[in-house]
Design a protein around this ligand. Structure first.
Ligand code: F6P
Length: 627
């Protein structure tokens, strides 16, 4: 019976078919109105936003969903963008921030905040500074989890609230550097590799346990690092297979670093199990090549300890995943690639120091937060488009996406009001994006502000050449950045520019610290907790429920498939026997997925017509019948 039937319950044509839609009779006009030019002085930005909200109001599901946003009390009138070239130059000069030692500049002149707005924000910023100061002194920042938030101590251990923490940080840094040196020098080596020493790193982790290391590897790894790095940052079996296949014979000389603060993240656990299987199949002893970075006594820590992995490094409970780049999470992979991690820490420490001033104009993180507030009305009304004009900074926007969105994307404020805060972040790199979506940014829906990241040094000294008289390749990149910035501004699109001399460990450390602090300050401005992520839990819980339902579906199908003759079941029958009638759609999806992977067989019907399906399992598992 099974052989005559298709096991593939996937009809791409059907599943991809879009329902025919009539064009909406009238577009939500509020969105259109919100694009009115800043130049229109009689219609201020504030007024424009008010119109947009008014028109969007009926879209709200329930009238009491969202409390009035704090920003609405702020004056934003008279905010036309400066257009006169002399005035604009003056604004540029007046607002340009420079960090001399870091060679870092911040230009906020192309954001149209007014002096009035700046003054009104001053008390709120002072409050945010106070808040940051308290955090740095060890205040409990995360009321849900009752923990401190101290990523700044990682680069300035002397600021840790007690000597125990200071020692923990210093010892970990020393252990990371020592271990990296020993691996690179071949003192610590893989047991069965012909290469005689480790040549590859396979980093297994997700979210904050991957994004920082990925960004830093792309930004800073030398062309021929002592160890090359690959990442498994998902539970996609094909993605995992690809990474392992790419390693090939070099699996024997691969150092596997499993990174998980909690030590129990399912994707990371699955990655580990898959890699361990690959090791077994290659006849390799995983423990001799495995390293864990996790909190003490987590599931991962205990596994690594019991199995005798070669090293374990701590994650501290006062370091959040998305701010963990300067902990062992980021430092170990970086050091193994030959990146100067002490320089990264030094850059971050210098930036932190600069951000401790309470003079807003001299505080780059505060200036960023202020611009975000202005640009998004303090309610996330515009997206942050991050455009580094440098290939090696490609992953900065992806890194910032988690840092900003997981920190700021919150349903409730600290007083329990529903505020649905956040700022969306996306971006890739310039000038590549100029040939992708800049068209929309210039002329389309006005729902964003840009952050340009400019790197002054094009190439290492001595390598440049003119590809046409007086013009280098880097001049083009420079021209594209400046041209895009000007063209956007001419069409009332605001932008921030962050400029660094070069992409170095120091400047990368500074960028990380700059944005970490800006997020913290902005969170204070909008009165939310930046240091938890309750929303992520809902998805994790729901995923667990899907897997639990799948187990019940399998048990029901197994029972029917063990009958003589086999009893193919309709979806309704499966749902009824699972006592999950309300979950029939999920049951359908579970079955479609299993069928596409040859784990269930469709006896009748097709997945394009769910009600027609009759399903059974190819094999009866007698043991499971009596479990
Ligand atoms: O390091 P862990 O505990 O595996 O968590 C990975 C990521 O998962 C999250 O908790 C979100 O689910 C992030 O905040 C975190 O960076």
């Amino acid at each position: 019976m099974a052989s005559s039937l298709s096991g593939i319950c996937f009809n791409p044509q059907k599943l991809n078919q879009k329902p025919t839609q009539n064009p909406p009779s009238s577009a939500p006009t509020g969105f259109q109105k919100s694009t009115v030019s800043f130049q229109n002085k009689s219609s201020s930005k504030f007024q424009v936003q008010a119109v947009a909200r008014e028109v969007q109001q009926p879209l709200s599901k329930s009238a009491n969903d969202v409390v009035p946003k704090s920003s609405e009390s702020l004056s934003k009138t008279g905010n036309s963008l400066v257009k006169d070239p002399k005035d604009l130059w003056q604004r540029y000069v007046d607002w340009l921030y420079q960090h001399k030692e870091l060679g870092l500049y911040l230009d906020v002149s192309r954001v149209g905040f007014t002096d009035e707005f700046f003054q009104e924000m001053e008390p709120r910023l002072q409050k945010a500074f106070k808040h940051m100061e308290e955090l740095e002194k060890g205040a409990i920042a995360n009321p849900d989890e009752g923990r401190m938030v101290g990523h700044y101590w990682l680069r300035s251990p002397h600021l840790a609230p007690n000597s125990f923490l200071r020692l923990q940080i210093e010892n970990t840094l020393e252990a990371v550097c020592q271990f990296a040196n020993d691996v690179i020098s071949g003192k610590i080596k893989p047991p069965g590799s012909p290469a005689g020493q480790f040549t590859q790193i396979l980093s297994v982790g997700i979210g904050g346990s991957a994004l920082g290391p990925q960004f830093v590897a792309e930004a800073l790894a030398p062309d021929n690092p002592p160890l090359k790095i690959r990442f498994i940052d998902n539970t996609d079996p094909a993605g995992i297979d690809h990474q392992i296949a790419q390693l090939g014979q070099e699996l024997a000389s691969t150092l596997v670093i499993v990174i998980s603060k909690s030590g129990g993240t399912p994707e990371t656990r699955n990655g580990l199990l898959e890699v361990q299987k690959a090791f077994r199949e290659a006849g390799l002893d995983f423990a001799k090549q495995g390293v864990a970075i996790t909190q003490e006594n987590s599931l991962l820590d205990n596994t690594a300890r019991i199995e005798g992995w070669i090293a374990r490094f701590p994650m501290f409970d006062w370091v959040g995943g998305r701010t963990s780049e300067m902990s062992a999470v980021g430092l170990l992979p970086a050091a193994l690639q030959g990146i100067d991690v002490k320089e990264m820490l030094a850059g971050a420490a210098l930036m932190d120091e600069a951000n401790r001033t309470t003079v807003v104009k001299n505080n780059p993180a505060a200036l960023l937060a202020l611009c975000w507030y202005w640009a998004t009305d303090g309610v996330g009304s515009k997206d942050m488009v991050v455009l580094p004009y440098k290939d090696s900074l490609l992953l900065f926007s992806r890194y910032l996406q988690q840092l900003v969105m997981e920190s700021l994307g919150k349903e409730f404020d600290l007083d329990g009001n529903r505020v649905n805060q956040g700022i969306s972040v996306y971006g890739n790199k310039g000038s590549t994006d100029q040939h992708a979506y800049i068209q929309q940014l210039r002329e389309g829906v006005h729902n964003f502000f840009v952050t340009f990241i400019e790197v002054l040094r094009d190439r290492p000294p001595g390598h440049d050449w003119e590809l046409e008289p007086g013009v280098t390749c880097g001049d083009y990149l420079f021209g594209m950045l400046q041209g895009t910035r000007s063209a956007l501004y001419a069409n009332d699109r605001e932008s921030i520019s962050v400029t660094v001399q070069e992409v170095t460990p120091r400047s990368v450390g500074a960028l990380v610290a700059l944005y970490e602090r800006a997020v913290g300050i902005y969170a204070s401005l909008v009165n939310i907790n930046a240091y938890h992520q309750p929303g992520v839990e809902a998805g994790k819980k729901a995923a667990g429920e899907v897997l639990a339902l799948q187990k019940r579906v399998l048990a029901v199908l197994n029972e029917a498939s063990c009958k003589e003759p086999v009893e193919p079941l309709t979806l309704e029958e499966v749902a009824e026997r699972c006592h999950a009638e309300d979950d029939i759609e999920m049951i359908y999806k579970i079955i479609a997925h299993m069928a596409a992977n040859d784990r269930a067989l469709i006896a009748e019907g097709s997945c394009g017509s769910p009600r027609s399906i009759k399903v059974f399992l190819g094999e009866c598992n007698v043991d499971e019948l009596y479990d």
